[in-house]
Design a protein around this ligand. Structure first.
Ligand SMILES: [Zn+2]
Length: 151
């Protein structure tokens, strides 16, 4: 916890306000998108007197559309949960710091990727390491295949 305490002292008010603004902006966007969608569905139902006399093909098309919209709303709900979680972490002063090295993640990066848990350098290092692991695994796979063939 001493690391978090040091971070709490380091987090300046400008950065806190900036990060909070990013997260709350995202939250507002999603909430209003979901509300628009619900309003659309309602007004569609009200302005559509033929509703209920769709033929089978139209009905299944409408069902598919409903499924897609439901999936989209569900995705947005999941994103909202992540934002709530991030806001909680912001209050605890654990948001916006790299999981690996503990350095501040740049505002620019958080603006593009609000749920980033690593700084750019650590993320890149991790990708390189994963790439290397894949290559080693492939070579090992090829080597064992060769051994199998020669035995
Ligand atoms: Zn880092």
């Amino acid at each position: 916890m001493s690391v978090h305490k040091a971070q709490a002292e380091r987090m300046d008010r400008d950065r806190y306000a900036e990060l909070r603004g990013i997260l709350e902006g995202r939250r507002r966007e999603i909430v209003s998108a979901v509300q628009d969608k619900i309003r659309d569905v309602r007004s569609e139902g009200a302005n559509n007197p033929t509703h209920g006399v769709l033929d089978a093909a139209e009905t299944s098309e409408a069902d598919i559309q409903d499924d897609i919209e439901f999936a989209l709303i569900q995705m947005k709900a999941e994103t909202l949960n992540k934002i709530e979680e991030a806001l909680r972490r912001l209050e605890e002063n654990t948001f916006g710091y790299c999981f690996e090295c503990g350095e501040e993640i740049s505002e620019r990066r958080l603006r593009a990727l609000p749920f980033a848990v690593r700084c750019k350098d650590c993320e890149e290092a991790r990708e390189v390491a994963q790439q290397r692991e894949r290559v080693v695994a492939q070579r090992r796979g090829a080597a064992s295949l060769f051994m199998d063939m020669s035995s």
